[in-house]
Ligand binder design. Structure first.
Ligand code: 3PG
Length: 210
């Protein structure tokens, strides 16, 4: 069920991370992303309606590839997958969650912030990892330092990334794509500012070199 997701990430190179409170909010964002040509979306499990929103988007936008973020446990992973999430993202390394996903061949992007966590995730077979919180953990300099030690790992830096520093990350050979909430800004979604959501998504696409 996760066929081609990593390829899509490597191609688009930006992944919006959204905390959505309703189907109406999901509609506004999905329309903006479609308009801008971004076919990927991570919906965080930080609201009670996250599962419903994922279910709705899977039905309403079959071409949008939807993942679930802020997944902390196998229980949440199960809910997200049942709702139709095609990939899962966790903020940190949780071996139980990793095992649960491996056994079911579900794509997990586990969060790491240190070499020890990279090693633990890699030992379980994960080679595409979320580097979080990217800016606070040393950003580009840390990823440059990790590159020669872990040549097999590709990172998705997340946390503090915006248009102004996106290219600094995307230039690094060990960065697959960047993710962040700047492409799914809460205030813009709440206020229904679709034009500004489209502008930001287009700007990110242009910075990522299409
Ligand atoms: C996440 O859930 O990955 C983070 O909230 C993203 O961080 P950002 O808000 O700085 O983009």
């Amino acid at each position: 069920r996760s066929g081609g997701i990593l390829e899509a990430m490597a191609q688009v190179r930006v992944i919006p991370v959204a905390t959505l409170e309703s189907e109406a909010e999901a509609r506004i964002l999905a329309d903006a992303l479609q308009e801008a040509g971004i076919p990927l979306l991570e919906v965080t499990f930080r609201t009670a309606v996250a599962s419903e929103v994922i279910r709705y988007l899977r039905r309403a936008d079959p071409l949008l590839r939807i993942g679930a973020g802020t997944i902390l446990s196998p229980e949440q992973a199960e809910q997200a997958v049942a709702a139709g999430a095609e990939f899962l993202v966790s903020p940190g390394w949780e071996p139980e969650l990793g095992r649960w996903c491996r056994e079911r061949r579900i794509l997990l992007i586990p969060g790491v912030a240190t070499p020890s966590e990279v090693m633990a995730a890699w030992r379980q077979g994960w080679e595409v990892l979320k580097f979080f919180p990217a800016e606070a953990m040393g950003g580009v300099r840390t990823l440059e330092a990790l590159a020669p030690v872990f040549p097999q790992i590709r990172f998705i830096p997340t946390g503090g990334i915006q248009a102004r520093n996106l290219q600094d990350y995307l230039r690094l050979p060990n960065v697959l794509a960047c993710a962040g909430t700047w492409l799914a800004d809460r205030r813009l979604i709440r206020e229904g500012q679709k034009e500004e959501l489209i502008r930001r998504a287009r700007e990110a696409r242009a910075l990522a070199g299409e």
